[in-house]
Design a protein around this ligand. Structure first.
Ligand SMILES: Cc1cc2nc3c(=O)[nH]c(=O)nc-3n(C[C@H](O)[C@H](O)[C@H](O)COP(=O)(O)O)c2cc1C
Length: 306
């Protein structure tokens, strides 16, 4: 038996549902030593902004119980340098490239970047990162349903590329935001970005991150992420890319059962840079063992007893 692992994210067809999450895989080149990159379902790039950003002051990461706190602050080379220096390598890999974008100051920057990417054939989809908790703005776009709707609508008007909206867990009701993104024309919802968090060194009495607080990722956030995928899956019927604390096949499968069509690996790439390929193999074995012909059958197949 050869199970079918292919899935669709809107018009984007993937040979398998295992993606690498934005910001945890760079622009892929460094990971070529650990895997055949061609085997991935898709690559989501580190978020880019219009202008280059140096990011936040160090220390930018620290480990916490079953998790990782980071406040990278969207360090990236900026749109033009990305197109010149990073995209040519990515385009040659032979897997769909999803470019993650954000604005630094003005949401209009999303429009400028999306317009430019729209003309580039090797960019298969655009992920709107409206959920980065490590910038100095008071409120995230993804913390406001109206602002989410307006931004997605504006970008939708100017591109036919598959549009993915990445949501923040730092809200009281993530389904409201997911509905707003869907109604504005998002093809796919990605969740979750990191949870806002903080850690303190009791000897120095200083915060362990240079920026005081940051975003928590890794296994510590997995139950929160699974619940949010489940909640959103109940409300909207567009594909969900689930992420948050996936470190092995078992944790990946939890996300499919909760309603994800595809999954993305973040912090796990730092623990084991070849983990994505192991999980693709693990999904295949799980399907064989459980006589599942297509991975699509797993999505939302959670059995709840009433
Ligand atoms: C060091 C680091 C950098 C990240 N940078 C980005 C980023 O640039 N854009 C983005 O949308 N998410 C970024 N994220 C969030 C991840 O893509 C992912 O949503 C989150 O870490 C939860 O998944 P995980 O628990 O598997 O890491 C970053 C996460 C980490 C740990």
């Amino acid at each position: 038996m050869k199970p079918n692992l292919s899935v669709s994210l809107g018009r984007l067809k993937l040979k398998n549902p295992v993606l690498v999450a934005s910001g945890t895989f760079g622009y892929a080149e460094e990971f070529r030593y650990f895997m055949n990159l061609k085997e991935l379902g898709a690559i989501i790039t580190k978020t880019i902004t219009l202008e280059a950003r140096q990011g936040n002051p160090p220390p930018r990461t620290c480990e916490t119980a079953a998790g990782l706190l980071n406040s990278i602050g969207l360090e990236n080379p900026g749109l033009e340098a990305f197109l010149k220096e990073k995209l040519p390598y990515l385009s040659k890999i032979g897997v769909p490239i999803i470019v993650s974008i954000a604005s630094e100051y003005d949401p209009k920057e999303f429009i400028v970047i999306a317009k430019r990417l729209d003309k580039i054939k090797t960019v298969c989809a655009i992920e709107l990162n409206i959920s980065c908790p490590n910038l100095k703005s008071k409120k995230l776009i993804s913390q406001d349903a109206g602002a989410t709707y307006d931004l997605v609508k504006d970008v939708r008007r100017l591109t036919r590329k598959v549009l993915i909206t990445k949501l923040s867990p730092n809200v009281s009701d993530i389904t409201e935001i997911a509905i707003a993104a869907k109604e504005a024309g998002s093809d796919v919802i990605a969740l979750i970005n990191t949870l806002s968090g903080m850690s303190i060194d009791i000897e120095t009495k200083k915060p362990r991150l240079g920026c005081i607080y940051g975003g928590l990722s890794g296994p510590a956030i997995r139950p929160v992420a699974i619940k949010m995928v489940w909640d959103v899956y109940q409300k909207i019927k567009i594909p969900i890319i689930g992420m948050g604390g996936i470190i092995d096949t078992q944790s990946a499968i939890e996300f499919f059962l909760a309603g994800a069509t595809a999954i993305a690996l973040g912090t796990a790439n730092f623990i084991n840079p070849g983990i994505a390929i192991e999980i693709i193999k693990g999904l295949r074995q799980y399907c064989i063992k459980n006589k599942i012909n297509s991975i699509k059958e797993l999505t939302g197949s959670l059995k709840c007893q009433n």
